[in-house]
Design a protein around this ligand. Structure first.
Ligand code: DGI
Ligand code: FE
Ligand code: FE
Length: 195
């Protein structure tokens, strides 16, 4: 497994720009630390972290073309914001280009941008690591969110979903229905009141 990770790491470095590669390493090791905390498989966390943004540096038009070619559905919101497609395209490439057979890893890549209801432990770890990795720009409430990641994983997930919706709203960006669904699901699950 360690050899496989090193091999894929070299290929990912070639596919991503420097900044994105540094972010990827940050997510990979943050995910490994969270796996230690929550008794998740460390190699799965490393692999999903390493591959989560593998489609990020593909040009927007090419992302749409590749989704068409591989018969991956593209919604109107995704068509208007092709960056959203890097999650499902990344999951596809992880399987087809990097030969990942582990469905847990593929699912974690697919859900890392919007989240979803009923996330698995590995999906939560990748979603959260993507947000809190040490190289990530300082986002609102970052110190509290980083602590929560290691004390209460569902509360942390909820906080990130909530802050992301506030951020998207402030930038007048359309909300992907899955982001909204994920937020509503964890809000209800945690018994949060209307605000
Ligand atoms: O790929 P990363 O930058 O590491 O992080 P990411 O996969 O979470 O992608 C972040 C981008 O995705 C950020 O620019 C906001 C965007 N995003 C996340 N949820 C939504 C969204 N964009 C829209 N339009 N709607 C969403 O619900
Ligand atoms: Fe991403
Ligand atoms: Fe990322």
């Amino acid at each position: 497994m360690k050899q496989k990770i090193s091999r894929i790491r070299r290929r990912i470095k070639a596919d991503l720009d420097r900044e994105r590669y540094e972010h990827t390493l940050g997510v990979m090791y943050t995910a490994a630390a969270m796996a230690m905390r929550y008794d998740e498989d460390i190699d799965q966390a490393l692999m999903a972290g390493l591959l989560h943004d593998c489609a990020k540096c593909i040009a927007p038009d090419t992302k749409i073309k590749l989704c068409d070619r591989y018969h991956l559905s593209v919604s109107d919101i995704e068509l208007a914001n092709p960056s959203l497609l890097h999650a499902k395209l990344g999951a596809y490439l992880a399987a087809k280009k990097f030969h990942i057979r582990d469905k847990d890893v593929i699912d974690a890549i697919a859900s890392h941008t919007t989240g979803r209801p009923h996330m698995t432990l590995l999906e939560k770890i990748i979603y959260i690591s993507d947000y809190i990795e040490p190289g990530r720009e300082e986002l609102p409430n970052m110190a509290a969110v980083r602590k929560l990641a290691f004390s209460d994983i569902d509360e942390c997930l909820y906080r990130i979903l909530k802050d992301s919706l506030v951020y998207l709203d402030s930038k007048n960006m359309p909300i992907d229905p899955m982001t909204e669904k994920a937020y509503q699901y964890y809000k209800e699950k945690l018994g949060k009141k209307e605000e």
